[in-house]
Unconditional design. Structure first.
Length: 211
C-alpha cells in the first residue's frame, strides 16, 4: 500500500513534536543546586520512506552558575575541569541559545509546533534544562516543559536493556567506554538508539502492510 506524503512527514509522526535528543553533564544530581556544565542536542530527520536519522550534534560547555555546587564525585566521573582556561564555556543563557537556535530551525523545516526532549533517563536532562531556563528567565524555549521520550523505557521494551551502553550494543551499534560521559558522545549514541527503535517499529509496520 503506498503512503501519502503527509503520512511520512515528521510533524505527523509525533503529533506535531520534533524529537530532540539531549544529554547534559553536571556537577551533581540536584538541578537546583548543582551546576550544568555541558549540554548537547541532536535533532532527527525523516527520509522519504519514513525512517529517522540523527542530524549532527550541537553542543557547548556551560559556566557554573553563581552559587552552584560541584560534587567532586560527579567531576571524577565526567572528567570535567570547570576551571580549565580552554573550556570555552558560555553563561547559561547564551548556552541555551546555542542549543535552541538550531532546534527552532529544525522545527520550522519540519513544520513542528514544539520540540520534545529525548533522553536516557530523560527526567534528569529535562530537569537540568528547565532549571537553567528558570534561572536565566529564558522566554523562548522550544521544548515542551514536562513531556519527554525516555530511551530507558524504549530500550527496555525493545531489547530488555536499560543501561545506555548495553542498550546501544543490543541495538547493533558500537559503544566506546572511553568516550562516555561526554555530552556529545552520549547524545549521539542515544540518538542512534532512539532512531533504531523507532525505525524497527516502522519496519514492522511496513511488513504488516505487505502481508
Amino acid at each position: 500500500m503506498p503512503f501519502s506524503a503527509d503520512a511520512l512527514r515528521l510533524s505527523h509522526r509525533f503529533r506535531g513534536f520534533l524529537p530532540v535528543v539531549v544529554d547534559v553533564e553536571t556537577g551533581g544530581f540536584d538541578c537546583d543546586r548543582h551546576a550544568l556544565l555541558e549540554i548537547a542536542a541532536v535533532t532527527v530527520r525523516m527520509d522519504a520512506e519514513g525512517f529517522l536519522h540523527p542530524d549532527p550534534p550541537v553542543s557547548t560547555h556551560v559556566e557554573a552558575f553563581p552559587g552552584s555546587e560541584l560534587d567532586p564525585r560527579s567531576l571524577e566521573i565526567t572528567g570535567i575541569d570547570p576551571g580549565h582556561p580552554l573550556r570555552g564555556a558560555l553563561p547559561e543563557k547564551d548556552a541555551l541559545e546555542v542549543i535552541f537556535k538550531p532546534v527552532r530551525a529544525a522545527m520550522r523545516a519540519n513544520d513542528c509546533t514544539r520540540a520534545i526532549l529525548v533522553g536516557h533517563n530523560a527526567s534528569f536532562d529535562l530537569g537540568f534544562l528547565n532549571a537553567a531556563i528558570r534561572r536565566t528567565g529564558h522566554k523562548r524555549s522550544p521544548f515542551h516543559p514536562f513531556s519527554s521520550f525516555d530511551t530507558v523505557t524504549l530500550a527496555g521494551l525493545a531489547y530488555g536493556q536499560t543501561v545506555l551502553s548495553r542498550a546501544v550494543e543490543a541495538s547493533g551499534h558500537a559503544w566506546d567506554a572511553r568516550e562516555a560521559h561526554s555530552a556529545v558522545y552520549d547524545a549521539e549514541r542515544t540518538a542512534e538508539l532512539f532512531c533504531t527503535i523507532v525505525n524497527r517499529w516502522r519496519e514492522m509496520d511496513l511488513r504488516s502492510r505487505v502481508i
